[in-house]
Design a protein around this ligand. Structure first.
Ligand SMILES: Cc1cc2nc3c(=O)[nH]c(=O)nc-3n(C[C@H](O)[C@H](O)[C@H](O)COP(=O)(O)O)c2cc1C
Length: 290
């Protein structure tokens, strides 16, 4: 999520510059000022995004003090104004990521009314985290303590068959994904992908019938991707994900740490390190066919 004011008053090129070969890309905006959000949408139209999503699901303290994120579910009139203002400037689809409720704004009647009003502003796709948010809980607890209520999302799909409804929250396996797809149009995975990025190879194979990348090929492609990153912060974040991937491929801790230490050494050449590591991976450390 990028706040509208960061786009209007920050380093927009650094924030929005698209990464080659990464489309389809979605830009997620946060904010609650209709003019600012509309202007941010206009600025973003110069960049290569395929969809703009408005965050109406985040319950963090910072978000609460700014009265945006999930707190917009309590002020549907303000949210409608934001959405209508954004629609005037947008060239790609505008989608909403929300929860099933927040604090005492909850229950089927509330959610139905919420979806109905925002749909009338021209939104056709909702990504719904199937638990409510509770203001008194911190962000992390808000991702586990309020119970998941998948049925509430299924009921919304039944009530609005023309809308694209994507379910989110606690989904971790292909079987679970398939089961949800019997009721809704799509599934969004969050923490599962963060904890196990190579699960996306399973997703490609089992859900999209694409078996082009094996986990090893995906890993090698990811190393290539890291080599093309320009910003040191981006490289460091990407290396963290790389380490998670190596762990899931059962690469020994000793070997992972050795690579990590070499990558941290500013005198080392990352291209050579990755090249050596790929050779190692293939020759000395054959990985079972995953
Ligand atoms: C580290 C972290 C960062 C997140 N950042 C965002 C965000 O920027 N925007 C958003 O809509 N949701 C964000 N989420 C919430 C996820 O999109 C998702 O709704 C939530 O984790 C529940 O789905 P899951 O059980 O599949 O993880 C974040 C979650 C985590 C763990």
């Amino acid at each position: 999520m990028i706040h509208s004011s960061a786009i209007l008053r920050g380093n927009v090129k650094k924030l929005l510059d698209d990464i080659p070969n990464q489309n389809p890309l979605v830009l997620q905006l946060g904010g609650s000022d209709p003019d600012d959000l509309a202007n941010a949408v206009e600025v973003a139209s110069d960049y290569n995004y395929n969809e703009i999503n408005l965050n109406v699901g985040c319950p963090s303290k910072k978000v609460k003090s700014g009265n945006f994120g999930v707190f917009l579910m309590k002020d549907i009139k303000l949210l409608s104004n934001c959405v209508r203002a954004m629609q005037k400037k947008i060239l790609v689809p505008l989608t909403i990521k929300c929860r099933i409720g927040v604090d005492d704004c909850e229950g089927y009647k509330f959610l139905h009314g919420f979806i109905s009003e925002i749909k009338d502003c021209g939104v056709a796709t909702f990504i719904i985290h199937a638990r409510k948010a509770i203001s008194a809980l911190d962000t992390k607890r808000n991702r586990s303590i309020p119970p998941l209520q998948y049925d509430a999302v299924y009921e919304i799909k039944n009530a609005f068959p023309d809308l694209k409804i994507i379910i989110n929250g606690g989904i971790e396996s292909i079987d679970q994904v398939n089961s949800h797809l019997n009721h809704v149009d799509g599934v969004m995975l969050g923490r599962k992908i963060y904890a196990d990025p190579l699960f996306l190879c399973d997703v490609d194979k089992n859900l999209f019938n694409e078996s082009t990348a094996s986990p090893i090929e995906a890993l090698n492609a990811y190393m290539k991707y890291i080599l093309n990153l320009e910003d040191n912060g981006d490289v460091n974040r990407a290396i963290n994900h790389l380490m998670v991937m190596l762990k899931s491929l059962s690469i020994q801790k000793k070997q992972r740490n050795k690579l990590l230490d070499s990558l941290k050494d500013t005198n080392s050449n990352m291209v050579d390190l990755f090249k050596d590591f790929q050779v190692n991976l293939h020759q000395k450390n054959p990985v079972p066919n995953l």
